[in-house]
Design a protein around this ligand. Structure first.
Ligand code: G6P
Ligand code: MG
Length: 218
């Protein structure tokens, strides 16, 4: 039996969520917006453009398109500066064993991320070769919670949504998986991700017995 295992990137495979936060926080500070970690949850899984709009909404700021473009470039340049020395040490706990196990079991693996920086991050962390399909922010028009990114990923793998399993750290991503008719697995806080069908703090809590059950699940 083959199932499609679809992984989000930021906050699931690799610990980049903290860098997104730092880069957005800098922009928010410049605009005198009090941007908290709680606000940051709203940005997870959400595109760069939409993230900026959410921050401006929080600060009740109306900005010109020219200013927005400037901040978007600034945010990404700052974000990329944190990734310069990135290597396999920034892959999140327990992820490598699970990727290895899925490969050993001949399962299908895809990336389903809103990020336009996904490929270089997979390369730097040595995880690129695990993926049979990659769908990222360059390939989709509708952002999570729209299921588009995961539906395309399943389609590229030749799998039906009901045979697909999504690992996500964001509320928007869990909703996208649920709306798409896929099994949703939250990685992170139980309360924040309560809409997920299963929730784990990290991949160290996921063992091969659980993976075997997912593979055999009807
Ligand atoms: C992921 C992250 C978001 C980020 C988005 C776009 O979904 O969770 O925080 O804003 O990707 O990433 P990018 O690298 O294209 O700015
Ligand atoms: Mg994420």
């Amino acid at each position: 039996i083959k199932k499609a295992f679809i992984f989000d990137l930021d906050g699931v495979i690799v610990d980049t969520a903290k860098y997104h936060f730092l880069a957005w926080k800098k922009i928010a500070n410049e605009l005198d917006i009090d941007f908290t970690l709680e606000h940051n949850e709203l940005l997870k899984g959400v595109s760069r453009v939409r993230s900026l709009d959410i921050i401006l909404d929080i600060g009740k700021i109306e900005a010109s398109q020219a200013d927005k473009n400037k901040w978007l470039i600034q945010k990404n340049e700052d974000y990329l500066s944190y990734l310069v020395d990135m290597n396999q040490s920034e892959v999140l706990p327990g992820v490598m064993p699970i990727l290895n196990y899925l490969k050993e079991q001949n399962q299908l693996i895809a990336l389903g991320s809103a990020s336009k920086n996904a490929r270089p991050i997979l390369e730097k962390t040595g995880t690129l070769s695990f993926f049979d399909a990659i769908v990222d922010g360059n390939d989709v028009t509708n952002a999570k919670p729209d299921p588009e990114v995961f539906l395309i990923a399943a389609q590229l793998l030749g799998a039906k949504p009901e045979d697909s399993i999504v690992f996500e750290d964001s509320v928007a991503g869990i909703q996208a998986a649920n709306i798409g008719g896929m099994l949703s697995i939250g990685i992170g806080d139980k309360e924040t991700l309560h809409e997920a069908q299963y929730i784990f703090n990290d991949f160290n809590e996921i063992d091969t017995i659980f993976i075997d059950e997912l593979i055999r699940k009807k």
